[in-house]
Design a protein around this ligand. Structure first.
Ligand SMILES: Nc1ncnc2c1ncn2[C@@H]1O[C@H](COP(=O)(O)OP(=O)(O)O)[C@@H](O)[C@H]1O
Ligand SMILES: [Mg+2]
Length: 406
């Protein structure tokens, strides 16, 4: 303790070249800022420790974050990283996802859920809460559907800060190099909106032509030994992830549904609606879907002076800008999936597989029907309920309304 005081007390050592302030000690220990070698040497000396030369990086290397741990920050596509201000709730989801990533050391974690349910917001909130656990945090939106090889090279360039030997010129080498980096550094990579590389018109979770390489990338990230985590958000679950995942495996997926009631109420409050008993009815009608609640709140403010009760009296499900979100999801459906949705919407009540088979207007084997139901579940468009021991399927009010209006 006496030695540390000697090194850190400005009254005693102000002029010493090894003088190290308590702030600097704290910055080094918390990896908040780069420190030069003399400061690190002073710190080691204060604790009576030997500092081997090989652990010292040149100041230039420290600044590039190569040898010393860099100041953790979300460095890539910073402008793309969604703002997390105004984020509500999701306490349980954040707890579980943090457990998977920090304690269980999952290598691949996927968040699935319908458009607008809050996957991007949750991933951004999670990334900002756990970033200090990582040396590199990379946010990559998939909105421009990057090819797998280009993306692998982009990630390699980012992690090695363009200091690498030659860049790999084929996918296999690209993935191998990336895995080497994921072994050497603890990286959090977020791929946001992976549905951009998935196909439409067939069952859920199939890659668009030209994007099949991703299956290989995901499999290798999931199965190789490394210390990093790839976090995906996607509106539908893919078969390859379904095959890789497991509660005791380092690959997990989380199906995101509506917000908890308290968080949904926070959104209504923040939007300026007048607090009323009818809020619960409104939240339930929109399945606690954050984007739908924002859209309907704006309309209630505009037309009903912020009174949800007045709107509910109209006895309709307002769609407005919710339509484009569902349009995108419906565009992706296979013919059989569309027909199943149409029947469930017309019935307006939960139906079992046997009941659905009877009323379908197209001929489909039970096996094909099961495939379609599984796929609709992966797209978060149908809900499964168990009624007196029997499994039945149903639609959320907004999905039903959209299907009936089509
Ligand atoms: N937990 C939340 N708290 C507050 N707003 C949220 C929350 N989750 C989502 N939102 C808002 O809902 C909208 C849709 O969320 P987003 O994350 O883009 O959905 P997704 O990525 O699933 O399509 C955005 O405006 C977002 O800010
Ligand atoms: Mg999103």
């Amino acid at each position: 303790m006496q030695n540390i005081t000697e090194f850190t007390d400005p009254g005693l050592n102000r002029d010493s070249p090894f003088f190290i302030s308590l702030d600097t000690v704290s910055n080094i220990l918390n990896r908040r800022a780069p420190a030069d070698n003399s400061k690190i040497e002073a710190l080691f000396k204060a604790f009576g420790l030997q500092l081997e030369a090989e652990y010292l990086a040149s100041p230039a290397e420290i600044l590039k974050g190569q040898k010393a741990a860099p100041n953790p920050q979300i460095r890539q596509n910073r402008s793309e990283l969604p703002d997390v201000a105004g984020f509500c709730g999701r306490t349980e989801e954040l707890r579980l996802l943090k457990q998977w990533i920090a304690s269980d050391r999952c290598r691949l974690v996927a968040i699935f859920g319908m458009g607008g349910i809050g996957k991007t917001a949750l991933a951004a909130q999670l990334a900002s809460q756990i970033q200090n656990d990582f040396q590199f945090v990379i946010w990559r939106s998939f909105s421009n559907a990057p090819s797998c090889q280009n993306l692998a090279i982009e990630l390699i360039k980012f992690i090695c800060d363009s200091q690498s030997k030659e860049l790999p010129n084929n996918l296999g080498d690209g993935i191998s190099r990336l895995i080497e980096y994921l072994q050497a550094h603890r990286c959090l990579i977020v791929f946001d909106g992976v549905e951009a590389i998935l196909d439409s018109g067939g069952l859920a979770g199939q890659y668009r032509s030209g994007y099949l390489d991703y299956e290989r990338l995901f499999k290798q990230i999931a199965e190789s030994n490394h210390q990093s985590c790839l976090l995906l958000t996607c509106s539908e679950k893919s078969r390859d992830i379904a095959l890789l995942e497991g509660q005791t495996r380092p690959v997990r997926s989380y199906k995101l549904t509506g917000l908890e009631n308290k968080a949904a109420r926070e959104i209504l409050t923040e939007r300026g609606l007048i607090k009323e008993r009818e809020w619960d009815e409104l939240i339930e009608c929109y399945g606690s879907h954050p984007l739908a609640l924002k859209i309907v709140s704006a309309m209630i403010l505009e037309l009903f002076d912020g009174k949800a009760s007045e709107f509910i009296r109209q006895n309709t499900v307002f769609m407005g800008q919710i339509n484009p979100i569902l349009y995108q999801q419906f565009q992706r459906l296979s013919d059989l999936e569309t027909e199943v949705i149409r029947q469930l919407a017309t019935a307006g009540k939960p139906m079992t597989i046997a009941q659905l088979r009877e009323i379908l207007s197209v001929t489909a084997s039970t096996s094909k029907l099961m495939e379609a139901l599984e796929s609709l579940g992966w797209r978060s468009l149908i809900e499964k309920i168990t009624e007196s021991g029997k499994v039945a399927f149903t639609l959320q009010p907004v999905v039903r309304k959209y299907a009936l209006d089509r």
